[in-house]
Ligand binder design. Structure first.
Ligand SMILES: Nc1ncnc2c1ncn2[C@@H]1O[C@H](COP(=O)(O)OP(=O)(O)O)[C@@H](O)[C@H]1O
Ligand SMILES: [Mg+2]
Length: 289
């Protein structure tokens, strides 16, 4: 009988992946590092590794993480996060629907596919005293996330989107603007625990707080409500682990999104908490099941 190995699959080897690999090495865990670029699958012999192995999917590409996680599952491997979780997580609207249905407070969001519906949605979301947030259906690092204040701006933005090649970009999410302090919270959840969290402050010239946009970070003491909402959010997507983006609205915490292939190096650096170690513990628990 062969032993269970952990396959760390990636395409861009970031610090996050390095921390996981260092942790696996330190513990003497049997693991393989698999560059997705190096793989080839053949319908004539569709096997990949021992079916007992566990795959940690760390691709930065939405398309690749979907395609490969589904393929690995088809071969019989347990994939973390699962294809289903990755698929839902890569679709902001579907994620918000799942969250809302699980009782997680989220900003009201409307999906629209043409200009007249977008204008209608805009009216539903603001009385003119606050802007509306426009997002793509799928995306990260705050790209293509913008604020719209007037109908004219909105019509222009929708026209730009309709002219884009990528059909996904023609689908528009309009979201209620959450009046929040100039920061949001990134919580790393591993199974049923919020293991670490940071505040991300927006840089002075920005309203988006993504650390990829140069925001400053600082550790958060995780209170009961924050723990509860972030674990519930991760579970709503069926994630083994996730990076949950939380904002502090006037009515309490709200979840903006759940990252299903989360970056956590900044959380580790700022809090000193060994998030990679927690992820490895989770993988070892899964291997025992
Ligand atoms: N509805 C909103 N109200 C206020 N700020 C928002 C809202 N949506 C997004 N933001 C800000 O923009 C950033 C990027 O939005 P997000 O939905 O997380 O997209 P991405 O997946 O690209 O990170 C968030 O971290 C937050 O600071
Ligand atoms: Mg985000």
């Amino acid at each position: 009988m062969s032993s269970i190995a952990i396959l760390v699959t990636y395409d861009l080897f970031r610090l996050d992946e390095k921390f996981i690999v260092d942790e696996l090495r330190r513990r003497g865990v049997d693991f393989k590092l698999v560059n997705l670029d190096s793989l080839m699958f053949d319908t004539e012999s569709i096997t990949f590794s021992d079916p007992d192995n566990i795959v940690l999917m760390r691709s930065v590409s939405h398309t690749r993480s979907e395609v490969f996680s589904k393929l690995f599952e088809e071969i019989g491997l347990l994939v973390v996060n699962s294809f289903n979780t990755i698929w839902i997580g890569n679709n902001k609207f579907l994620s918000l629907v799942k969250l809302a249905r699980a009782g997680v407070p989220v900003p009201r969001t409307v999906l629209a596919v043409n200009e007249s519906k977008a204008v209608e949605a805009f009216k539903m979301l603001t009385d003119g005293s606050s802007p509306v947030v426009i997002k793509p259906l799928s995306g990260s690092w705050g790209r293509m996330v913008s604020l719209v204040y007037t109908n004219e701006e909105l019509r222009l933005l929708v026209k730009h989107r309709q002219a884009m090649e990528n059909p996904y970009m023609k689908i528009i999410l309009l979201q209620e603007y959450v009046d929040k302090p100039n920061r949001d919270i990134r919580v790393i959840v591993v199974e049923d625990r919020a293991v670490a969290a940071i505040y991300r402050h927006a840089p002075s010239c920005e309203w988006r707080t993504n650390t990829a946009r140069g925001g400053r970070a600082e550790p958060v003491r995780i209170d009961r409500d924050l723990e509860e909402i972030s674990v519930r959010a991760s579970k709503a997507l069926g994630a083994y682990y996730a990076g949950v983006d939380v904002v502090e609205s006037r009515d309490g915490y709200m979840v903006l999104e759940v990252n299903v292939v989360p970056e956590f190096k900044n959380v580790m650096r700022v809090t000193g908490i060994n998030v990679a170690g927690e992820i490895v513990n989770m993988l070892l628990r899964l291997a025992k099941r």
